[in-house]
Design a binder for this molecule. Structure first.
Ligand code: AR6
Length: 201
């Protein structure tokens, strides 16, 4: 984490920094939740999460971008270590290959099926699994994309609320990783997360 990033971690503040990117941050104990607009493949945090599917063989959206940027070694590692994939609501860790991060946490979020098929618990489970893996690995910083909010069709407001509530609860209980950054791909998604961060108790 660069020093300038630490400086923008001001509770409740929305600031403009570097190339005009918007950022919001909030402290929970000694840890910080940060929202930025950007491309997660460029993040040099310790671990980045991927919005994968149960097969863990790559795909579209952020999964496709991560596989392209990480190179073919990522698919080879996934095939070798996770021949059966991973169930919805869980996550697995791999190396980051050609990405600047150290680890990739492949989270399997739910496909939105109307909201009465256990989607909320599965989405929380995907985030929680990544947070636990990050702690086990000793990652001090972790970046998340907006899991299930693209191809999987989860409605933005409840999805952002679940993401932030799950991270908030984990940070209050465990106090680590010290930085959890949501790297959001559009202004619209960023705004949904900023609203939900404001509502976080
Ligand atoms: N950096 C950050 N966020 C991104 C990036 C990026 N480079 N690219 C896209 N997003 P999605 P899902 C945003 O569809 O809904 C794949 O095929 C995107 O705008 O990637 O969980 C998988 O293999 C959206 O806000 O993931 C699965 O089959 C968010 O990332 C399925 O899609 C998540 O959108 C998973 O669907």
């Amino acid at each position: 984490m660069g020093r300038w990033r630490a400086r923008i971690a001001v509770e409740g503040a929305t600031l403009r920094y570097r190339r005009g990117v918007t950022s919001t941050a909030r402290s929970i104990g000694n840890a910080t939740i940060e929202l930025v607009i950007g491309d997660i493949t460029r993040e040099s945090v310790d671990a980045i999460a991927n919005a994968a599917n149960e097969a863990l063989r790559g795909g579209g959206g952020v999964d496709g971008a991560i596989h392209r940027a990480a190179g073919p070694g990522l698919l080879a590692e996934l095939r070798e270590r996770f021949p059966d994939g991973a169930p919805t609501g869980t996550a697995v860790a791999t190396g980051a290959h050609d990405l600047p991060a150290r680890w990739i946490l492949h989270a399997v979020g739910p496909i939105w099926r109307g909201g009465d098929q256990g989607e909320a618990e599965q989405l929380a489970g995907a985030y929680r699994s990544c947070l636990r893996l990050a702690v086990e690995l000793g990652a001090r910083s972790l970046a998340f994309p907006a899991i299930s909010m693209g191809i999987y069709g989860y409605p933005p407001h409840p999805a952002a609320r679940i993401a932030l509530a799950t991270v908030g609860e984990h940070l209050r209980e465990v106090g680590a990783p010290e930085l959890v950054r949501f790297v959001l791909f559009s202004e619209e998604t960023y705004e949904r997360f900023a609203d939900a961060l404001g509502e976080l108790t």
